[in-house]
Design a protein around this ligand. Structure first.
Ligand SMILES: [Zn+2]
Ligand SMILES: [Zn+2]
Length: 300
């Protein structure tokens, strides 16, 4: 069944996508949570916000991303019912609220919270700006490049390939199960949010996807932060290739318009991006993304 993604209070403010509006979306407001085992003892949880992955090992439970406090509580209750093992590690793919607001529900429950240095810095900065510092559980383990963590039969490695959706997006790989959580490096079949206020780079995002395609193999199951519907929150390298194509088309289109002498104001008025037919603009974000492509191409 096709489910419509939606964004609450979505709006375009002065031509820029307002970060404060990027709060929450679910496949439907009344959808209950869902879980699915992907491979071995690794599964995903979806309710509202970015897809969560979890590992249930006898030695301990590992969770990747936390959605919102209420959703995190649902997940914790569910996993406690499935395993007596302790919650050892919560890993954040990046700082956005739809992935870290639920961290607070793990306070006193998880031994550690782990994230890229930039992810932690962004989480702290945004919490200060929004005056929500008392609602945060910050990472106590941070790293700049790769980080490795072994638990029971599973081995977890993080990969950081530079700025993309923000300047702090890491890929979390369950090496034994061969499952890679891409966080918001993947908006599968929906136009992606490029968070320039957090150091994003659309240009480097293509390189990051290339590096991910080189790093993982044909057997890797990928978990995506967001998808056009519930069946699209996991996938394969083909989906990464399709996302890279989205950016290539975005830059190709913008550059052709620039060469034709169009101004930025004229370019961002486009309502459709050619050659990305199976991608949807659920967030009405095309004007913003065209403007970003214009700026990154050196437009004045
Ligand atoms: Zn997200
Ligand atoms: Zn995000």
């Amino acid at each position: 069944m096709q489910r419509r993604s939606f964004l609450r209070n979505a709006s375009l403010a002065t031509g820029a996508f307002a970060l404060s509006n990027y709060k929450s979306f679910a496949f439907r407001p009344d959808d209950p949570w869902k879980t699915k085992t992907l491979r071995n003892n690794v599964g995903i949880f979806t309710e509202k916000g970015g897809t969560i992955a979890y590992l249930l090992d006898k030695k301990g439970i590992v969770v990747v991303d936390a959605e919102y406090p209420e959703q995190a509580t649902h997940l914790i209750t569910l996993l406690k019912g499935q395993s007596p093992a302790p919650f050892e590690m919560l890993i954040n793919t990046h700082h956005h609220g739809d992935h870290t607001a639920g961290n607070i529900s793990f306070k006193g429950i998880t031994q550690h919270v782990s994230a890229h240095t930039n992810s932690k810095a962004n989480q702290e900065r945004v919490a200060k700006e929004k005056k929500t510092e008392d609602q945060q559980l910050y990472p106590d383990i941070t790293w700049d490049d790769n980080w490795h963590y072994k638990i029971g039969h599973e081995s977890i490695r993080t990969h950081y390939f530079g700025a993309a959706h923000t300047n702090g997006d890491a890929i979390i790989h369950f090496e034994h199960a061969n499952i890679a959580h891409m966080g918001d490096l993947m908006f599968n079949r929906i136009y992606p949010f490029i968070d320039k206020s957090s150091g994003a780079s659309a240009t480097n995002w293509m390189t990051v996807l290339d590096k991910a395609m080189q790093t993982f193999d044909g057997e890797t199951v990928f978990v995506f932060g967001h998808g056009a519907n519930i069946d699209k929150v996991t996938g394969t390298k083909q989906d990464l290739k399709s996302m890279k194509n989205y950016f290539e088309q975005l830059f190709d289109y913008t550059s052709r318009q620039m060469k034709a002498g169009k101004t930025k104001d004229e370019i961002v008025k486009a309502t459709i991006l050619p050659n990305v037919d199976d991608w949807k603009d659920d967030f009405k974000i095309l004007p913003t993304n065209l403007g970003i492509a214009y700026d990154e191409l050196g437009g004045k």
